[in-house]
Design a protein around this ligand. Sequence first.
Ligand SMILES: Nc1ncnc2c1ncn2[C@@H]1O[C@H](COP(=O)(O)OP(=O)(O)OP(=O)(O)O)[C@@H](O)[C@H]1O
Ligand SMILES: Nc1ncnc2c1ncn2[C@@H]1O[C@H](COP(=O)(O)OP(=O)(O)OP(=O)(O)O)[C@@H](O)[C@H]1O
Ligand SMILES: [Mg+2]
Ligand SMILES: [Mg+2]
Lengths: 256, 256
Amino acid sequence: MGEIIAIASQKGGVGKTTTSVNLSASFAQLGYKTLLIDMDPQGSVATSFGYGRYDIRNGVLEMFTKDVPVQECIHPTEMDLFHFIPSNVWSDEVDKRSLMGAAAEFKLKNALAPIKNLYDYILIDCPPSLGNLTFNALIAADSLIVPIQCEYYALKALGRFLKMTRSLKTEYNPDLRYRGFLLTMVDTRNNLSKRVINKVRYTLQGLVFDTMIPRNIRLAEVPYYGKPAVMIDKNSKGAQSYLALAREILEQDARQ
Amino acid sequence: MGEIIAIASQKGGVGKTTTSVNLSASFAQLGYKTLLIDMDPQGSVATSFGYGRYDIRNGVLEMFTKDVPVQECIHPTEMDLFHFIPSNVWSDEVDKRSLMGAAAEFKLKNALAPIKNLYDYILIDCPPSLGNLTFNALIAADSLIVPIQCEYYALKALGRFLKMTRSLKTEYNPDLRYRGFLLTMVDTRNNLSKRVINKVRYTLQGLVFDTMIPRNIRLAEVPYYGKPAVMIDKNSKGAQSYLALAREILEQDARQ
Ligand SMILES: Nc1ncnc2c1ncn2[C@@H]1O[C@H](COP(=O)(O)OP(=O)(O)OP(=O)(O)O)[C@@H](O)[C@H]1O
Ligand SMILES: Nc1ncnc2c1ncn2[C@@H]1O[C@H](COP(=O)(O)OP(=O)(O)OP(=O)(O)O)[C@@H](O)[C@H]1O
Ligand SMILES: [Mg+2]
Ligand SMILES: [Mg+2]
């Protein structure tokens, strides 16, 4: 019960939010109770559900700066089994002010403790950086999914990210494990994509998910309609690939 | 002489590094002496020139933590008029440790003062966040270019970014001006792109560059070869669009 999975990468625009939203929706579609937490000040998760700034009562910001209990920060979606906590964080300043106190790194882990077993999966969408907000997520998490965009800069940025997560794991969260590396925006028609896929599968061996997420314009369009792809265009390649990813993760669990 | 232009956006993956590298190379191609500074711990600028971690003597890290003079951090490229300073920053930790001192926000501005008039243009590539490193860049800069990817999350994230830059401008750098907003990864075949272009041009009126950067696979491929597009595939749509952007900026100057 209640596995916390962080979706993280320092590289920007690799599909962290798209994965967080669509994988959560896929788990809910398959009958698993899922909570998605947005640790990114950009607040793209709320955008994905058509929530504007004034629609949000409490979010991560209130959890961190006003100690509002986590239960009061949970918002519904149109899917019964899928809830989310928006970031509502308006700047990295919160990052500094509220997280500079003692044991600041454990703030999220402690805040989530009361509800951890109310959900089957709790996903955390991370910002594209290695600051306090990502640290909090990696310390609260049981496991980590790292999206890798099939392009050169994302490939080269991976080494540093892995180095940082390894040292964080040793210092703060020895039980953190890699759930898997997810190849995103895959376009098998071009050589760059193929080259990156081969390199990643060779270097990371069995840690890379079999499921790959294709570049699919529907995934970029659905946030405009305020719903995950699995809700408004279930047969699109994007929605189908995230359902396949959810099934692959569930099968990993079944085998354990 | 010596205009410092920051290339910044909190949204990840919108083309900050691609713009920084290819616009700098275009200025150099047109005969202007250009320096590119990488303030992003990911170090994608060095990657763009095939520099590995061990090829770098000094970078922004050494400038900030060891007070190495800026002249000793400058690295050449294959273009005579184009130099760069790699980030060499290995984590956001430097962000905290070295930038917590007094007047930390002005560290970059002060470090660049000795060389500001040796170049026609100094561009600064920023990380996808609003932390110390981006603050330093926006305070050192005379002007700001904001790349906007033609997709929904990037559009929605813009409002918050503009709010933050406005309050930074008032508090720290009243002379900072918008050089322009740059539409990137434009694909006029799809509705999403068209919708974003119309919305951005309507909301930001005359501040949006006429030049738009098309989605062009060559731009994603060239970092693998360690050269900007203008050096190895000058006739590609990507290289041509960045040359057009450089000319548009130069014409703005001529009209002033
Ligand atoms: N498989 C895909 N096919 C096509 N477009 C995609 C795909 N995945 C994501 N996108 C689009 O690419 C852009 C970047 O994705 P997204 O915002 O999810 O990345 P991110 O890693 O969360 O970015 P950030 O680093 O800013 O948090 C978005 O506009 C999104 O809609
Ligand atoms: N016009 C374009 N057409 C196609 N691909 C592009 C274009 N511009 C950038 N790219 C590719 O898209 C990805 C994101 O671009 P880039 O890394 O320059 O963005 P960024 O804003 O610097 O990202 P970060 O937020 O991580 O710093 C890269 O793989 C890059 O090669
Ligand atoms: Mg995101
Ligand atoms: Mg970049």
